[in-house]
Write a protein that binds this ligand. Structure first.
Ligand code: 0A1
Ligand code: ZN
Length: 849
């Protein structure tokens, strides 16, 4: 965990492994404080390697004995692993090590969560379990025997036997060590079955702690839908006799795609109407799909090295987004994804942590599970699909699965299947994988003699280590509307390849209104001088749902920026356009709920910063409050009607239709609360029979400063449910006045239920502060100081979660000198902490620049 001189690893230094593994046999003798792991591994020299050095990774292991071909050996052991002289040709390596799962608070390797044994091996956790070539290009079938008193003992693959105090598993599919998993404990299952399209019977299980059985049904349905969808859409079938999912409470990330044994953060699988919101249900469905889809994109075809992480993650995020779009509403999914992309990835790409989708160096790979690798990685797949067309995409994917099944592949392999399928040269497209930063796409236009011309210019600002950028290929989906609002040119994909390029449209009778970057066809920032009249026109007439929403968002952003920068009053055109949109019953309620929302405070801060201004987080928050108040007044006659119209009276279902209605009703309630002081919210709180309604109402009451009674009642009602208690911690901070949110957060860290070693609770509390810009960036630096105190405390316990939460500081240099000084002091205090982890050290050093 601690490393005095962290080393940078470079993509360019990749060399193939010296030895390959033919078979792995593992025996675990479970004991919380001293588990024994006995390994028997068949190695053979790799003909593709020049190096004959036998090196096995290993960290925090006590070596008890080692043997080669049955003869005891004494390897040279360091804190990173071991080396040993080995015979020429194939040989059998055996070792026995002791590990201490109970002391493993970092949650990497084998650890304990509420008395249950659990593993997390991605990216480099397996080396904390036993000595092994812990790199993704070493793949082997595993046989695992688990010995212990636990009721349930699971590993990858198919069960091959079990008896009193033991269980055996065999995974026939060669896999890298990062996909290894073991779970053992007092678990109960929610069972089901699935028959694959070729007739294979698969036993499905969701394993949970006793008491959580009633929260598995939704996840199981999501799993079966995912299995069917991957057969129907990608022709991918499941390949084992069992598929197990386990819920654990202590987990650094959302979930993990271990072969045949997916492990989930309990927040990402357990669901019931009383305890989970509509958003929780949708997220759970997407994460179950994501992990399941990894079986082909990640497991059957894995990554050659960790620089290729986007090969599995970008593609799998893209696939899970397609799945959600098919299961629910495609436009709503697209809009939500773009909101998230701008909120997390654009922010990353425009700050000190910017890195290419395929990075070319890292110190700690755990720090590169980022929005850039995942979400921008998925955008690249979407662009590729748009450029080659749906049919060629499908053919290229078939070729990818055929050609690379069983491989540890690279981005070059991925692009080559598209080149071979289409005959296109994707050399320029590859820049998207290699260059960091969000391109700015400036647009001007011109109309003459029936010809309309669009002029584009692309420019990507410098990012760390990359001062100059070459032009990329950008698919720009465009449609044209005539002044009556009719579409005269339907969506056309323009392929921009130059730094500056123009495209013409002939035969138009009047100057059209352009709808540019439809469906958000590329992850770029469009810059265009336009009028609010034109934005309102597009909001009313655009046939592309994404750009219709985008027009409203552009309007809102413009209004907010004028309010913050120039002290302007809210623009009446915007208010009227929003009012018309809210009343438009031809529109999907979920769309209306999204459209009535405002751009994030962080988005406004970034835009102001881009304009050369210094954003004031408090002023941005106040402008948002004023605008919402003004919107509420503008719509006062409509709000009660919409609120009543979209009440759901049928029994609760977390589907797109019902959740769309609830999201519109609750967006309306938030505005209504600004007029009635919370009377309606209190009624909704008192009568709510599901978490979506209860939480929305409580949030409104908190916002109105009327939440005290509900806060106490909510805790009394839910104190036994850890996932709901996370919401209780989080909402009190998120909805607090920025002037007091830091103190509220600090007070909550003194609450008896603040189990700070649990990543979910830590994120619910400190993460909530970090997500509230006006509070976190408070002028006196109290937000920075509180987070730094806690990060310093968490780092020795859990470096991975600490390092991730450091990203709260990534925008620090946007703000004024006084704030910058406070932020720098907090960051330097973290950096000066003796024994700081490699993870946190790397993050803070990069953030400081
Ligand atoms: N591969 C998993 C997420 C995951 C990533 C990293 C981890 O530890 C560093 C753990 C899990 C996924 O994409 O779902
Ligand atoms: Zn993934």
């Amino acid at each position: 965990m601690k490393d005095a001189s962290p080393q940078t690893i470079y993509l360019a230094d990749y060399t193939p492994p010296a030895f390959l593994v033919e078979q792995v046999g593992l025996t675990f003798r479970l004991d919380p404080g001293k588990t024994r792991v006995i390994s028997k591994i068949e190695f053979k020299p790799n003909p593709d390697s020049q190096s004959g050095e036998f090196f096995l990774h290993g960290e925090n292991l006590t070596l008890i004995r080692a043997a080669i071909n049955g003869q005891e050996v004494t390897p040279e052991v360091t804190d990173q692993g071991l080396t040993c002289d080995v015979p020429d040709g194939p040989f059998t390596w055996e070792s026995e090590v002791e590990i201490d799962p109970a002391a493993n608070t970092a949650l990497e390797g084998l650890y304990m969560s509420n008395g249950m044994y659990c593993t997390q091996c991605e990216a480099e956790g397996f080396r904390k379990i036993t000595y092994y070539p812990d790199r993704p290009d070493v793949m082997a079938p595993f046989t695992v025997r688990i010995e212990g008193p636990e009721k349930v003992m699971l590993s990858n693959g198919n069960p091959t036997g079990q008896g009193d105090g033991w269980a055996e598993w065999h995974d026939p599919w060669p896999k890298p060590a990062y996909l290894f998993a073991l779970v053992a404990g007092d678990l109960v299952n929610h069972p089901d079955r699935f028959t694959t399209k070729s007739g294979r019977e698969v036993a499905l299980n969701i394993w949970v702690r006793p008491g959580d059985e009633d929260k598995c049904a939704f996840g199981m349905e999501a799993l079966k839908k995912s299995m069917k969808w991957d057969e129907d859409v990608y022709g991918r079938e499941y390949d084992l006799d069992v598929f197990n999912i386990v819920a654990v409470d202590d987990f650094n990330m959302g979930a993990m795609e271990n072969k045949g044994l997916n492990i989930f953060n309990s927040s990402c699988v357990l669901a019931s109407p009383e305890t989970s919101t509509d958003m929780n249900f949708e997220r759970i469905e997407a994460i179950i799909a994501h992990e399941y889809f990894h079986n082909w994109t990640g497991n059957r075809i894995t990554c050659r090295d960790w620089f290729q992480l986007c090969l599995k993650e970008g593609l799998t995020v893209f696939r899970d987004a397609q799945f959600t779009a098919d299961m629910r509403s495609a436009p709503v999914k697209r809009i939500s994804d773009v909101i998230a992309l701008r909120g997390r990835q654009f922010r990353e790409d425009n700050g000190p942590l910017a890195h290419p989708v395929r990075p070319d160096s890292f110190v700690e790979i755990n720090n590169f599970y980022t929005a850039t690798v995942y979400e921008k990685g998925a955008e690249l797949i979407g662009m590729l699909k748009r450029l080659v067309g749906d049919d060629a995409y499908a053919k290229a994917l078939d070729l990818y699965f055929d050609r690379h099944d069983g491989d540890a592949a690279t981005i070059e392999d991925w692009l080559k299947v598209f080149e071979d399928t289409t005959g296109r040269d994707l050399g320029q497209f590859k820049l998207w994988y290699e260059q960091a930063g969000t391109p700015r796409l400036s647009v001007t236009d011109d109309f003459k003699d029936g010809t309309y011309t669009l002029y584009f210019k692309q420019e990507t600002p410098p990012t760390p280590g990359q001062p100059d950028k070459a032009p990329r290929v950008i698919p720009i989906a465009v449609g044209l509307l005539n002044p009556n609002g009719d579409e005269v040119v339907p969506t056309t994909v323009l392929e921009m390849t130059e730094a500056e390029q123009s495209f013409t449209f002939d035969g138009l009778s009047s100057r059209p209104v352009p709808s540019i970057l439809r469906d958000f066809s590329a992850p770029v920032i469009v810059q265009r001088d336009t009028t609010n009249k034109e934005r309102a026109f597009l909001l009313a007439h655009d046939t592309d749902p994404f750009n219709k929403w985008e027009a409203g968002r552009d309007l809102a952003r413009d209004v907010l920026i004028r309010m913050v920068r120039d002290g302007a009053a809210p623009d009446s055109g915007y208010l009227q356009a929003m009012h018309a949109m809210l009343r438009d019953d031809t529109l999907d309620p979920a769309f209306r709920a999204l459209a009535v929302g405002l751009p994030s405070q962080d988005d406004i801060a970034q835009r102001l910063h881009d304009e050369g201004a210094t954003p004031d987080p408090q002023a941005i928050w106040e402008a948002g409050e004023t605008l919402r108040q003004t919107l509420a007044q503008e719509m006062q006659d409509t709000l009660p009607r919409i609120y009543a119209q979209f009440q759901v009276t049928d029994p609760y279902r977390p589907d797109a239709e019902q959740s769309g209605s609830r999201s519109l009703a609750n967006a309306t309630l938030a505005l209504l609360t600004r007029l009635d002081g919370g009377a309606q919210a209190q009624r909704q709180y008192d009568s709510a029979d599901n978490m979506t309604q209860q939480l929305a109402a409580w949030g409104c009451l908190l916002q109105a400063g009327k939440g005290d009674a509900a806060t106490a009642a909510f805790y009394d009602q839910w104190r036994h449910d850890r996932l709901v208690v996370d919401k209780w911690f989080s909402l009190q901070i998120v909805h607090d006045d920025p002037a007091t949110a830091v103190e509220t957060c600090a007070a909550l860290t003194n609450h008896a239920d603040f189990n700070w070693k649990n990543p979910n609770r830590f994120r619910a509390t400190l993460g909530a502060l970090a997500m509230s810009p006006a509070a976190f960036h408070r002028a006196d630096g109290a937000g920075y100081a509180l987070l730094a105190d806690w990060l310093i405390r968490l780092d020795p316990v859990n470096p991975q979660t600490t390092a991730r939460m450091c990203t709260a500081f990534e925008t620090w240099s946007r703000y004024d000198n006084a704030r910058q000084a406070h932020a720098r002091a907090a960051l330097e205090r973290i950096l000066a902490t003796p024994g700081l982890s490699r993870d946190t050290n790397e993050m803070v050093a990069r953030i400081l620049g």
